[in-house]
Ligand binder design. Structure first.
Ligand code: MV4
Length: 435
């Protein structure tokens, strides 16, 4: 590969351009009119304006991005995360235009993008799924019967839902009826599809995900796992590697089923298997993400694998260059979110031993309001969790982002919480703390 177009913006675009530079691969940035002064535009070897500030007109504008790749003669497109990174139609368009999409095939993206087909695929591959109804329901009576077989409490989910939308906990048979009707009406109006399904409700699970990589020769490897339980309204806020509540036996099992699933579906590239972890040997498949994730740095810092470099090499047809992972350190990441748009009139990002920052910020940069609110990631890594937390606490204290409001104070509060320090948390802990 001589030239890669990065179909993204912000910190992940900068991250990918950096990887291209180290590989001596030319980079093409695409940008909207709102991003003409953005760092990724300045860092790339070439830059093409692809449309207006609204993502539909630019970063989601498939034809415009393909055209930019064609006029710059890019060999490949790296989609980053978000935007078109898990859009099977876009991956297919790249395939049809002879442009390498850096990721799995459009068929695999499509298969993993549909919850039902992903679940069926994983069951076939021997991956544990949450005990629940095999199919979707429209009728209340069928759903109620399934709930009785599973046992209360159950989680009622909209088949077309996701990311926490269209979910309801039902604690008893008595409340099943009116809850079902309400949930189905909500699903119908929110997603245009009233199909529902029922699962056993896991009361206090953790969200643990396994990073896998697979090449074009059938090799697949688990590179580590991340605990992403600290979420606020289904948005990850703090992520950790390794998942320190995970016992080794369960860790190995999760790795094995994740590698086997990747091989069974002939996966290519980086992938993340998301699980709900409910105790030793109790882990259940939630979904598979077919993109590089925001939180990839904590896996890089605990495995010494450059995951974006690996992604590009796999896309170039190289085999995975290692069979073992030397796992070391503990890493944790804090996502810095802008609460307001505006000009950064003072900027000091932390550094020093055990600290990494990934951002596209600079003094004088104007944070636009059109895009995702995450503007930086501060990562701390150290020999153990306690040291990494201490480093993170000091790093957050040191950080100055003037001119806009951010969630820095909230992050500092969380890091200093006693329950956080002893890891006495689960997926609902942060929502409770914030309210
Ligand atoms: C669950 C669950 C408990 N039991 N399913 C949230 C969005 C989607 N990824 C699935 N989710 C959940 N499904 C059963 N049977 C709890 C959640 C959940 C959650 C999962 C992972 C991370 C954060 C979460 C926050 C709230 C609920």
């Amino acid at each position: 590969m001589k030239k890669i177009l990065i179909a993204n913006r912000g910190e992940i675009a900068v991250r990918i351009i950096r990887a291209c530079k180290i590989l001596d691969i030319l980079s093409v940035a695409v940008y909207s009119t709102a991003d003409k002064s953005a760092m990724h535009v300045a860092m790339a070897d070439e830059a093409v304006c692809i449309g207006g500030p609204n993502p539909e007109d630019s970063y989601l504008n498939q034809d415009s991005i393909i055209a930019a790749a064609q006029i710059t003669h890019a060999d490949a497109i790296h989609p980053g995360y978000g935007f078109l990174s898990e859009n099977a139609d876009f991956a297919k368009l790249c395939e049809d235009q002879g442009i390498k999409f850096i990721g799995p095939s459009s068929e695999v993206i499509s298969m993993m993008g549909e919850k039902e087909s992903a679940r069926k695929t994983m069951i076939k591959a021997g991956v544990p799924v949450i005990p629940g109804s095999a199919s979707d329901f429209l009728q209340f009576s069928d759903a109620k019967k399934a709930a009785e077989e599973i046992g209360y409490p159950v989680m009622l989910k909209a088949s077309a839902g996701g990311g926490g939308k269209g979910m309801r906990v039902i604690k008893s048979a008595q409340e099943f009826e009116n809850q079902f009707d309400l949930a189905q009406a909500e699903a119908q109006s929110a997603f245009g599809d009233g199909h529902m399904y029922v699962e056993r409700y896991l009361e206090h699970p953790r969200h643990i995900e396994v990073q896998v990589a697979a090449d074009q020769y059938g090799n697949a490897i688990a590179i580590g796992e991340r605990d992403c339980s600290l979420q606020q309204r289904h948005q990850k806020v703090i992520e950790e590697a390794p998942a320190s509540t995970l016992d080794d036996k369960t860790r190995q099992e999760m790795y094995e089923v994740s590698v086997k699933a990747a091989q069974d579906i002939e996966y290519e590239g980086l992938g993340t298997m998301e699980f709900l972890f409910d105790g030793p040997e109790e882990f259940y498949f939630m979904e598979m993400n077919t993109r590089v994730q925001v939180e990839h740095p904590i896996t890089e810092l605990t495995s010494d694998v450059d995951l974006v470099d690996l992604q590009i090499k796999i896309a170039q047809g190289e085999p995975i260059p290692f069979a073992e992972i030397d796992k070391h350190n503990f890493a944790l990441e804090c996502r810095i979110n802008a609460k307001t748009a505006g000009k950064i009139d003072a900027l000091h990002l932390p550094a020093g031993h055990g600290i990494r920052t990934d951002s596209a910020l600079y003094q004088g940069y104007f944070v636009p309001s059109n895009y995702d609110s995450m503007i930086a990631k501060i990562i701390s890594f150290a020999p153990d969790r306690e040291a990494a937390i201490k480093q993170m606490s000091e790093a957050l204290e040191e950080t100055v982002i003037g001119g806009i409001k951010t969630n820095l104070d909230f992050l500092t509060q969380v890091i200093d919480e006693p329950d956080y320090k002893i890891n006495h948390t689960d997926i609902s802990w942060l929502d409770k703390l914030a309210n």
